[in-house]
Design a binder for this molecule. Structure first.
Ligand SMILES: Nc1nc2c(c(=O)[nH]1)N[C@H]1C(S)=C(S)[C@@H](COP(=O)(O)O)O[C@H]1N2
Ligand SMILES: [Mo]
Length: 267
């Protein structure tokens, strides 16, 4: 009963702020969407997101195990790209990522473009989890970031959207690919929408209570706690919703998948 009352209030609240926003953007900004209105839009969906993730848990959805602060590994091995090559990333580091944007686009009703400051100001989740790399090492770390489901809800997936693709800033061109002679390329990853909406799937901005360092994916990296290490895309710039994986890069849905790894890397 309490839940229903609260839910009705939230729905009314969200509808109200939506109206206020569209009215405001017409008068002040014309039809042009601004970065700050994107931020407001995500916030307007935040409480609905909390309810959705509670429903997921009530329905028996499985969470990855979470650990205690005292379990955090003193050293968390960085792996794969440790510092993306190219001037653009170097410039971004030097200006402390002030012009970095996380774009959410593709098969959505309302594309988003968020700054790091916007991301830090959004509702976040903190989780202490174990990272398992296929190369045979594990480490426990604490991650804080915005749930991907919240961002997607704000962007409004179109009914035909099936996958969320995470585009990264690092191109592994020139670096030796593991497992023999393989084509170099841009790092990317993808998830089925259901996994993107999992409550522990977050775009992390912090690790162990501090902003991410470069080796671990600054300024933003994916955490998808029920899957293997290579799914956890670092240096994320864009989340694109699509209906098929075949049109992107090698067509298998990820940098390592294009080189023979499993797309569904469940643990
Ligand atoms: N952009 C990008 N993301 C990446 C990689 C990479 O090389 N580039 N390596 C992956 C692999 S194999 C692992 S195990 C983890 C390592 O994350 P860490 O560097 O924080 O330990 O990042 C994953 N995400
Ligand atoms: Mo890995």
């Amino acid at each position: 009963m309490t839940l229903i009352t609260r839910r009705n209030a939230l729905v009314a609240g969200a509808a109200g702020s939506g109206l206020a926003l569209s009215g405001c953007s017409k008068v002040v900004f014309g039809d042009k969407l601004t970065a700050s209105s994107d931020f407001q839009r995500v916030l307007a969906h935040a409480e609905g997101w909390t309810l959705a993730s509670q429903r997921f848990l009530l329905a028996g959805g499985a969470l990855a195990r979470e650990y205690r602060l005292s379990d955090i590994s003193p050293k968390f091995k960085p792996n794969g790209t440790l510092y993306p090559s190219g001037e653009d990333y170097e410039d971004a580091v030097n200006e402390n990522f002030v012009t970095w944007r996380l774009v959410v686009d593709g098969m959505v009703n309302r594309p988003l473009s968020l700054s790091i400051a916007d991301i830090h100001a959004l509702p976040s989740r903190t989780q202490i989890t174990r990272h398992d790399c296929v190369e045979g090492w594990s480490a426990i770390g604490q991650w804080t970031g915005v749930p991907v489901g919240l961002l997607l809800k704000a962007a409004g997936p179109l009914p035909q959207a099936k996958y969320a693709v995470f585009h990264c800033a690092d191109n592994l061109e020139g670096e030796p690919a593991k497992g023999g002679m393989q084509a170099p390329g841009q790092y990317y990853e993808s998830l089925a929408l259901a996994d993107a909406f999992h409550p522990q799937t977050i775009i992390a901005h912090s690790m162990n209570g501090r902003p991410l360092d470069v080796a671990h994916g600054a300024p933003l990296r994916l955490r998808v706690e029920r899957q293997l290490g290579y799914k956890h895309a670092k240096y994320v710039q864009r989340v694109q919703l699509i209906d098929r994986l075949s049109g992107l890069y090698g067509g298998k849905g990820g940098y390592w998948e294009d080189r023979g790894y499993e797309w569904y890397a469940g643990i």
